[in-house]
Design a protein around this ligand. Structure first.
Ligand code: LLP
Length: 463
């Protein structure tokens, strides 16, 4: 998706190649608050700070690359979601976006529930004291061990993803003398991709049970017959980084339609629906995400309207935002190393991390912003590609962006909106060490996930 062929400015127009960039901002020193965590500021001396601490001090103390997470912003976003949906709905933070024990504690303090999708996430949640009944367990291929553990600890719900799993969970729960609360995940026939949603061949993906062809209705039929499970509702998650509410609207409409069919066939009104996560955030100044209260209002209206039309009582709604809570709250801080200007193309700026700490650019062609943060600069904008230090040419962190032309090795640059799916998808490629996550709040910084060490690498390599 090319935004514009050339940046503004006659001096650059004839030297810059086609790319995914817009004109450079009028002043590269200005940080667009849309993409940066809320307490990020550029101070009078030109150095950027977060939570009242300058990034140069953070780099000195914690090293680079590192993720810095604005705790007050994270908490504020949790509260905004909880307040927007109110006491008659449930907000489940999607732990896959980023999970640590500190995060689990913040969620509890701010009144959120948690969606986990693996035994590892469940362990982290329980270890940090999240009450099991506030946990939803997801996944298209949960192991028997994971299901047994989830049932044993008493998770609030297991989201069933296939016909086999309906039987498997019911059997396991029954053999443990339990009745497990479950939802059935359905695929509603819309798939959302970034700014658009398209009708999709719903059978052609691994998640959920298709509403079409009566598959989901059959799943409900089977679930209602089994003693080991209590079917409390229907779940739908349509995709990620969505800006348009239309996909949710279709999803809600189809889920409510199923509730009506279930009522007609079984005389049972399922009390809950979960509309999943997927709400987009601003990675660049081009993105315009909705606020939680707008999303809550839209979803509540759609569900109430559809339920009224079918003569159903409005079910309890839950949502599962991950990215929209944690994504904007963190940035990755890198030190600039090699700078390689390619005449007539662009300048390659190498940093001390790369695809091992942010795979999203390589994997999804994701777009990011970047800023020089260790000082201000009045130099001309220079078209750059920020790349990592891995042995792979696709090791790109920011495909196209502008940084000041006087950028030099040793400068600190930061990539905002890396709170979601960066640390959680980080790897040890080239035996690199996964960066720490440092929570910053009100003049204090503390490591919540420490940097890996070479000893960690050797510990796993048992010879
Ligand atoms: N609920 C369910 C059932 C999900 O599968 C997901 C994400 C979420 C909630 C949270 O979605 P969010 O609000 O964070 O968009 N690695 C990709 C995203 C994969 C999302 C998978 N499921 C990325 O980096 O964009």
């Amino acid at each position: 998706m090319s935004r514009s062929a050339h940046p503004a400015g006659p001096r650059h127009a004839d030297v810059y190649p086609e790319g995914h960039y817009t004109a450079p901002a009028a002043d590269l020193n200005v940080l667009d608050e849309k993409v940066w965590a809320r307490t990020v500021r550029r101070d009078d001396d030109g150095v950027v700070s977060v939570g009242g601490i300058e990034v140069s001090r953070l780099a000195e103390e914690f090293g680079t690359p590192a993720y810095f997470l604005d705790e007050s912003d994270f908490r504020a976003r949790c509260r905004a979601w909880a307040d927007a949906f109110g006491p008659d709905a449930d907000v489940f933070y999607a732990g896959k976006a980023f999970l640590s024990r500190a995060v689990v504690r913040w969620l509890q303090e701010e009144g959120l529930n948690l969606d986990v999708c693996s035994g590892g996430e469940l362990t982290t949640a329980l270890d940090a004291g999240m009450p099991a009944e506030r946990i939803a367990f997801h996944g298209n291929n949960k192991s028997v061990e994971e299901i047994e553990r989830a049932v044993r600890v008493g998770v609030g719900r297991i989201v069933l993803d296939s016909f086999q799993e309906i039987v498997r969970v019911a059997h396991i729960a029954q053999s443990m003398g339990r009745r497990q609360r479950v939802q059935i995940r359905v695929t509603v026939g819309v798939e959302a991709h970034t700014h658009e949603f398209i009708a999709t061949a719903h059978e052609d993906q691994k998640f959920g049970i298709a509403l079409a062809d009566g598959q989901a209705a059959e799943a409900v039929r089977r679930a209602l017959r089994l003693d080991g499970i209590e079917l409390i509702g229907i779940h739908s998650h349509i995709g990620s980084q969505i800006f348009d509410m239309a996909g949710f609207e279709v999803s809600a409409r189809r889920v409510v339609q199923l509730l009506a069919e279930v009522r007609d066939e079984h005389g049972v009104e399922l009390p809950e629906i979960d509309l999943g996560g997927g709400l987009g955030i601003a990675y660049t100044s081009e993105d315009d995400p909705s606020e939680p209260h707008q999303i809550a209002k839209a979803l509540n209206e759609i569900v109430s309207r559809e339920c009224e039309a079918h003569g159903l009582a409005t079910p309890r709604i839950s949502v599962e935002p991950g990215r929209a809570i944690v994504g904007p709250t963190a940035f990755t801080l890198y030190e600039v190393g090699t700078i390689k200007p390619l005449e007539g193309l662009r300048t390659y700026v190498s940093v001390d991390g790369g695809m091992s700490d942010n795979i999203r650019t390589a994997l999804y062609d994701a777009e990011y912003s970047v800023a020089l943060v260790s000082r201000a600069s009045d130099a001309e904008p220079m078209l750059v590609r920020v790349v990592g230090k891995h042995c792979e040419s696709g090791d790109i962190v920011v495909r196209d962006a502008f940084l000041p032309a006087d950028l030099a090795p040793g400068d600190l640059i930061a990539v905002p909106a890396t709170g979601a799916y960066c640390r959680s998808m980080a790897s040890n490629y080239n035996h690199s060490l996964r960066p720490p996550v440092v929570a910053v709040n009100d003049g204090r910084a503390r490591v919540i996930v420490r940097r890996e060490t070479e000893e960690d690498l050797l510990r796993l390599d048992v010879g």
